[in-house]
Design a protein around this ligand. Sequence first.
Ligand code: AP5
Ligand code: ZN
Length: 207
Amino acid sequence: MNIVLLGAPGAGKGTQAAKLIEEYGLTHISTGDMLRAAVKEGTELGLQAKKYMDAGDLVPDDVIIGLVTERLSQPDTANGFILDGFPRTTAQAVALDAELGKLERPLDAALLIDVKPEVIVNRLCSRRMCRECGYIGSVADAVCPVCGGEMYQRDDDNEATVRNRLDVYEKSTSPLIDYYRGCDLLVSIDGDRDVDVVYADVKEALQ
Ligand code: AP5
Ligand code: ZN
C-alpha cells in the first residue's frame, strides 16, 4: 500500500501515520522529520533548510524532490510507504508521479486529513514532541508516556510561524486536493474528532 497523507500543518498527519505504521508495517517517509534530523546533525542540507523551516516557508522544490527520490530508492519502501508532508507543491506532485511511474509503484490513495485553521493554531502551540522516540504529544505530557524521554517544543510551533505555515499551505499545498481528486485518489476525512475515530475512518478508506 502506497499512501500520500495530505493536510494542513497540525491536521494530525504524523499522529495517523504512527498508527498506520504500527498496524500495517508501512515505511514512514516524513520530509519534516528528515529535515529536522539534518538540522540536528548540522549537515549541508540541514544548514540550508533551517532558515526556511524557522520562518514556516517551504524548502525549495529541487532540494526536497532530490531527498524523496533518494529515499524511495531504498529497499525498505518496496513493501509500501506513507508519504507525510510530501508532496507540498504541484511541482513535487508531478515529480513524484514521474518517479513512482519509473519504479512501477503507483499510489493507492491520497488521504486528506481535514481540519479548520482555528483548531490548528491551538493544537500546534500546545504540541510537544519526545526527543528520544519522536512521540507526538501535548503540553499535558510532562515526560514522554512511551519512553519517559524529554518532551520539547518545535522551533516552528509558535503562533506567528504557525500562521505563516497555514498561509503557505493554503497557497501552495491546497491545490493538491484538486490534483489528487483529478487522479481519482483523494479521500477526505474530518480530522477534527477524537484521534481513534479519525483513525477508524482512515482504515475504512484504505479497505
Ligand atoms: P512538517 O514537519 O511536515 O510539518 P507540518 O506539515 O507543518 O505538519 P506537522 O508535523 O506540524 O503536523 P501534523 O499534521 O503531522 O500533525 P501532528 O500529528 O503532529 O514540516 C515542517 C517544515 O519542513 C515545513 O514548514 C517546511 O519548511 C519543511 N518541509 C517539510 N516538507 C516539505 C516539503 N515537502 N516541501 C518543502 N518544505 C518542506 O498533530 C499536531 C498536534 O495535534 C499534536 O499535538 C497532536 O497530538 C494533536 N492531534 C493530532 N490529531 C488530533 C486529533 N484528532 N484531535 C486532537 N488533537 C490531535
Ligand atoms: Zn519517547
